[in-house]
Design a protein around this ligand. Structure first.
Ligand code: SAM
Length: 382
């Protein structure tokens, strides 16, 4: 894991004190656990500890840095994202109930714009449910969404028919972190050194060792010193999603790669990335609670988990291909404003979100080729 640049902006005293409280909570848990916790537990606390974690507490998160935001997501960049997605959702609704479950709805902007995009196509949804881990974000969503149309579920639905959406949700699920040391798998975690949080390694347990062995069986032996992450929680979530989805499609949109690219020998520092005021850095221990911590998604693992749950892969492609297939350029229509053109560029450009972000569609009971994957489908690379 690399360190952070020295140019990061400093938090104000209120934010620094908030992080200090979370660090104290994490330190207490480390002491209670005998001096060390695995990285996935650290990430869970840093992001979701009640009242203190990055997603559980009041950090602004989305939006530009002047407004106190740390990052922007595609639906925050432009309504073009949701209106293109509406074309895909509308196609699935041709033979399924017009119901949507959105996981991790952030500020609620995707739900708002997707409902508008569907309404513009003459589709009135039967139900739009949000499953949100963060009480703070759920409150923000309630403030912007029409409560007569949208409902919030305490947990995932059972026997759901319709479309499930998860945009940038898999990348914030806690990951196991490992390093290869002299042919052995070491698990990365967090310990304490004079009351300071420090990264520390232990011999990996069976589950992580087996997961790394399975990766090496596919991509070849990883070199000594190689470090990376394994998204066991994301894979478990995908297996569960398969159980929730009785009929329909799940669209998972996120940054990541197929397994062979993810665990490429040259990607020896892994994919952990933190965001603070639009600065990306790789020090997950810096000011927990004020930083987003993410890992890229191994889409091969997601497809495997979906298969295990009985779903089939309906398509896998880049965000650019998906949005173009869904008619994003046509939706630009007569709006030739520089702002819209700039937004489209950010969503589509290879140098921005177009190539790194992927769309994976899995599902059951869908008997037609999905519109979003008509050109540029890369399912065979998974
Ligand atoms: C990076 S934000 C993305 C928000 C939004 N989808 C967007 O694109 O702007 C991640 C969101 O996922 C939520 N989240 C994380 N794990 C989740 C889970 N297992 N179930 C539901 N929501 C989850 C977080 O609380 C947060 O709202």
């Amino acid at each position: 894991m690399a360190t952070r640049p020295s140019t990061l902006p400093s938090p104000d005293s209120f934010a620094a004190e908030h992080s200090a409280r979370l660090q104290a909570l994490i330190a207490r848990e480390i002491e209670a656990a005998g001096g060390w916790i695995p990285f996935d537990r650290y990430m869970e606390l840093a992001l979701y500890a009640p009242g203190l974690g990055y997603y559980a507490a009041g950090a602004r998160k989305f939006g530009d840095s002047a407004a106190g935001g740390d990052f922007v997501t595609a639906p925050e960049i432009s309504p073009l994202f949701a209106s293109a997605l509406a074309a895909q959702v509308a196609q699935v609704f041709e033979h399924l109930p017009a119901r949507i479950v959105e996981f991790g709805a952030g500020s609620g902007v995707l739900a708002r714009d997707l409902l508008a995009g569907l309404a513009a196509r003459g589709i009135e949804v039967e139900g739009y449910s949000i499953v949100e881990l963060s009480p703070e974000l759920a409150a923000r969503q309630r403030a912007v969404l029409d409560r007569r149309v949208v409902e919030w579920l305490a947990g995932p639905p059972g026997e759901f028919e319709g479309v499930m959406i998860a945009n940038e949700v898999l990348d914030v699920m806690p990951v196991k972190a490992f390093a290869k040391r002299g042919g052995i798998v070491a698990e990365r975690g967090v310990g304490l050194e004079r009351d300071r949080l420090v990264l520390a390694e232990r011999a990996a347990g069976r589950e992580l060792s087996d997961a790394v062995a399975a990766i090496e069986a596919e991509v070849g032996p990883l070199p000594d010193g190689y470090g990376s992450e394994v998204g066991l929680a994301a894979a478990a979530w995908m297996r569960s999603a398969a159980a929730w989805l009785a009929r329909g499609a799940l669209l998972a949109i996120d940054y990541g790669f197929p397994r062979r690219e993810y665990y490429h020998p040259q990607r020896l520092m892994g994919t952990l990335m933190c965001h603070y005021r639009h600065h990306a850095h790789a020090d997950p221990l810096w000011l927990p609670g004020l930083n987003d911590i993410t890992a890229h998604v191994d889409f091969t693992a997601m497809a495997d988990a979906a298969h295990e749950g009985g779903l089939e892969v309906l398509g896998y492609t880049t965000q650019a291909h998906f949005l173009l297939n869904c008619g994003l350029l046509e939706q630009l229509g007569t709006d030739h404003s520089p702002q819209r053109a700039n937004e489209a560029q950010r969503l589509l450009s290879e140098a921005e979100m177009g190539e790194l972000f992927k769309v994976l569609a899995v599902g059951r009971g869908i008997d037609r080729h999905l519109l979003g994957f008509a050109r540029g489908d890369r399912t065979e690379r998974l």
